[in-house]
Design a protein around this ligand. Structure first.
Ligand SMILES: [Zn+2]
Length: 279
């Protein structure tokens, strides 16, 4: 037996995050798919060839899956990175619902290992290669956007075609279109060391919404504004208890926003964002 063989493990993962293709990422990690274990530990799974998954194995956010996987080694030393064994993904039941917007059942799972701040995640990254987390910003100041490249580079297109990351076989064999804007959240944390953050947002739903608006006839700037309305005005609104899923991209050690967790604030809970206006 090869003593260096890596052990395959059966993992149960509640999927919480799927990103739009990240231009700066390496070939096999173009899309970040991640979730939490039953203990609340974060797990990143790649590569996943979504298009090759039979219909009954295609999963959605907040759905449990079972997957045989091995820990990534070599150039990916991040503690949460696993490589699924081909064809081993099984979905377990229906996605967990929103509990009338309170996201109570989801919260019990995904907030088990909530981080206090980006600063504490950097500490964890330093000590044990932590590369995924969820945190509640103290204040989300804005979501800003600026023009970026309008096309994938040829090498990226090539990688996207081979990676088979997009699910919808009926629409097109072409990869998801490049969004010609970069979106960045500006926020700060509940941490005395915090100097504020500007972090890019890569949620799959951002790209999907942008192109849906363009396809409906909106100009590019209007579509970008529509994305801002959704991802800032609505999902970071004062009636929401918004948290960020954050993580690193393999080539770089800097952190990005992978997705949002946005339950409704219950009436009895103090509204941090409203209070923060008066700080
Ligand atoms: Zn901070």
């Amino acid at each position: 037996m090869n003593p260096r063989a890596v052990t395959e493990r059966s993992l149960r993962v509640l999927i919480t995050v799927k990103t739009y293709p990240i231009p700066s990422s390496k070939y096999d990690e173009l899309v970040c798919t991640a979730g939490v274990s039953e203990r609340g530990d974060f797990i990143r799974l790649y590569p996943i060839n979504f298009r090759d998954l039979p219909f009954d194995r295609q999963f959605r956010k907040y759905q449990w899956i079972e997957v045989d996987a091995v820990k990534h080694t070599g150039r990916d030393q991040r503690k949460e990175s696993y490589r699924p064994t081909r064809d081993s993904i099984q979905t377990l039941g229906e996605p967990i619902g929103t509990d009338r917007g309170t996201w109570r059942s989801r919260s019990m799972m995904v907030l088990k290992n909530k981080s206090k701040s980006m600063e504490s995640l950097w500490d964890a990254q330093e000590s044990d290669n932590t590369s995924l987390g969820i945190l509640k910003p103290r204040e989300i100041v804005d979501l800003v956007y600026s023009p970026s490249e309008s096309e994938w580079r040829p090498s990226q297109t090539q990688a996207l075609r081979q990676a088979r990351i997009w699910e919808d076989r009926s629409v097109s064999l072409n990869p998801p279109r490049k969004v010609p804007f970069d979106f960045h959240y500006i926020f700060n944390c509940d941490d005395e060391r915090c100097n504020g953050h500007k972090m890019s947002l890569h949620d799959w739903e951002l790209g999907a919404l942008y192109w849906r608006l363009v396809d409906q006839g909106f100009e590019k700037e209007e579509a970008a504004e529509g994305v801002r309305e959704k991802f800032y005005d609505e999902l970071c609104g004062q009636d929401k208890d918004t948290h960020f899923y954050v993580g690193t991209v393999l080539n770089y050690s800097n952190w990005i926003v992978l997705g949002l967790f946005y339950p409704k604030l219950s009436n009895s809970a103090p509204n941090d964002r409203q209070l923060s206006i008066w700080d």
